[in-house]
Design a protein around this ligand. Sequence first.
Ligand code: DC
Length: 224
Amino acid sequence: MELEKQLVIAIDGPAGAGKSTVAKLVAKRLGYIYIDTGAMYRALTLKALQKEISLQSEVNLAQLARDTRINFIKKGLEDRVIIDGLDKTEEIRANRVSNNVSTVAKVAEVRGELVRIQRELAQSGGVVMDGRDIGTVVLPEADLKIFLTATVEERTKRRYQDLQQKEEAVSFEQLKEEIIRRDEIDRNRDIAPLKKATDAIEIDTTKLNIDAVVDKILTICQEL
Ligand code: DC
């Protein structure tokens, strides 16, 4: 689909609302770049865990953010996440990373460093960026802001299916608790909390399939 202008599209929402799946497909249909900002916070978390850097040490985490190179590359049809030259696409999705990432994402200097990179990546437009603070903080001038939601039951169901495919053992109830806890930290942190921008369009994806959400967003793009 071709639009007159190279738009900047921000997609925010809680864990499991469908952001990355939807953002990827919207980007593909428009021929845009997709930037997964959650993957950047996950990358730093994975590296901190592997290097046994204390997640309580803000100074060390800030240094880690400055010392880490995160790149997104396309390998065939797939987006790969490269950390310091190594492909860590699968590792950053491990549940251990999910359960620690909100602690890393609370650190002001970590956010400062990543937000700077995110703004650079969006500079020339033609981009779909997803995260928690894209419409509110990273790209407040975005042409279109979408806020995706779904019930916690539905979001847990989606993550549960993802993890089962990866054969990571976790019970549904435990996963639900972890998602609730993570959302709570993301919503209540001092800096750039998860929040719907006042000018964002909210889409509840609980009962919608992926294609319906993508079509809805593309229709809005055509009307801009
Ligand atoms: O979208 P995700 O589950 O991969 O995001 C992982 C975590 O990173 C999430 O719990 C909160 C944090 N995050 C953030 O604070 N700001 C963003 N723009 C993206 C993610």
